[in-house]
Design a protein around this ligand. Structure first.
Ligand code: NAD
Length: 357
């Protein structure tokens, strides 16, 4: 039995809808296993800008620092997507949270539930057995380097920068994870062109000497993008830089059938943040049809990684598996074989998972 403080940060759009379901699942786990989970809530993104003028108010950051783990939803609003010149933007809240909490490693497990083989746009025989753990570096690269305009605003630049230390700390996390899995690590870069990638490769090669039991391969990002679709089963643990990881993990989401199925953990040396990989999905916000399974699976990651509650985490994952086996689907993962009465909305899908827990 444990007592934990969990901060719920729903953010914007469907973030609000799916995080409410993720929290219910945490509640059910606490009741079943006799844990005491205390909750607080904090603002981020568009809702925070509306309330305080800032994308990540100091109060939210303070609450994050004090909590044992954060369950996060998504940020984003059409208002900013159509106005690239807006100075205060929802995604600034996300980047600041990652930077301030020192969340340098983003873990994205990509595993297909067998029942969803037909929901993917990739052929089932190519997908079956795919199980990849991505480590995306989160606090460096082109997103955080110097950026600006010159020549009267007609030329723009974003500087990509990595230090040896930054590559080493994420590299180490990936090697450690590879040791607990198939002892295979693929490091993705663009070392034929980019200097940051040449440093990346040099550091990973040096680290490899400390992990002789792990087989390491280096692959260029362009060919990795191709291989992920052609033969996803050849990958086990993959480690890569911030920009490459951003793109490759969205591509890999198609292996899992939908963005609505994928969870992620952002970890560093302090509080961990757990969130679906999808955004605020304005196109379906307020319709009650968002798939809550990524938030539920994020709660499972939170239990496992931040609290060391493996049994609790496994129960959540198997409840999701059972619900899918029973034929229940949200609209994004339904196909021609799904019975119309089995297509559930956000809340009903949450209730179905809770029933199994
Ligand atoms: P998105 O992930 O919000 O949506 C992409 C597509 O997937 C949409 O068609 C959406 O309906 C669908 N989708 C996503 N999650 C779903 C779910 N749980 N259930 C069912 N369908 C789902 O990406 P986008 O449309 O490129 O961006 C929308 C907004 O989200 C933008 O403002 C963007 O900046 C923001 N965004 C935020 C994050 C984040 O907070 N981590 C990540 C990506 C995008």
């Amino acid at each position: 039995m444990a007592t934990k403080n969990i901060l719920i940060v729903p953010g914007d759009g469907i973030g609000q809808e799916v995080t409410a379901v993720g929290k219910k699942v945490l509640d059910a786990i606490a009741a079943k296993f006799g844990h005491e989970f205390h909750y607080d809530e904090a603002l981020i993104g568009h809702v925070a800008i509306e309330a305080t003028g800032e994308a990540l108010p100091a109060e939210s950051l303070e609450k994050m620092r004090k909590s044992d783990a954060v369950l996060f939803g998504a940020v984003g609003h059409p208002k900013y997507d159509n106005d690239p010149s807006a100075k205060v933007r929802p995604e600034q809240g996300l980047l600041k949270m990652r930077k301030e909490l020192g969340l340098y490693a983003n873990l994205r497990p990509i595993k297909l539930f067998d029942e969803l083989l037909s929901a993917s746009s990739i052929k089932p025989e190519i997908l079956k057995g795919a199980d990849i753990l991505f480590f995306r570096e989160l606090t460096g690269d082109i997103y955080f380097g110097e950026k600006g305009r010159k020549n009267d605003g007609d030329t723009a630049y974003d500087v990509a920068e990595y230090s040896r230390y930054e590559v080493e700390r994420i590299g180490r996390k990936a090697f450690e994870a590879a040791r607990t899995r198939k002892k295979k690590l693929c490091s993705v870069d663009k070392a034929n062109v980019l200097e940051t990638s040449r440093l990346w490769r040099e550091v990973i090669q040096k680290l490899a000497l400390e992990y002789p039991d792990v087989e390491v391969e280096h692959q260029f990002v362009d060919s990795t993008a191709m291989m992920l679709i052609k033969n996803p089963c050849r990958f086990d643990v993959v480690v890569t830089a911030n920009l490459f990881g951003d793109i490759l993990t969205d591509e890999a989401s198609q292996i899992a059938g939908s963005m609505g199925m994928l969870a992620s953990a952002s970890i560093g040396d302090g509080t961990g943040v757990y969130e679906p990989i999808h955004g605020s999905a304005h196109d379906i916000t307020g319709k009650g049809i968002a798939n809550p399974l990524a938030s539920i699976l994020s709660a499972a990651l939170l239990l496992d990684i931040s609290f060391g509650m493996k049994d609790e985490s496994d129960l959540v994952i198997s409840a999701v598996d059972q619900v899918l086996k029973q034929g229940f689907r949200t609209v994004d993962i339904a196909d021609a074989t799904t019975k119309p009465e089995n297509i559930l909305g956000t809340a009903a899908m949450g209730e179905a998972v809770l029933k199994f827990i």
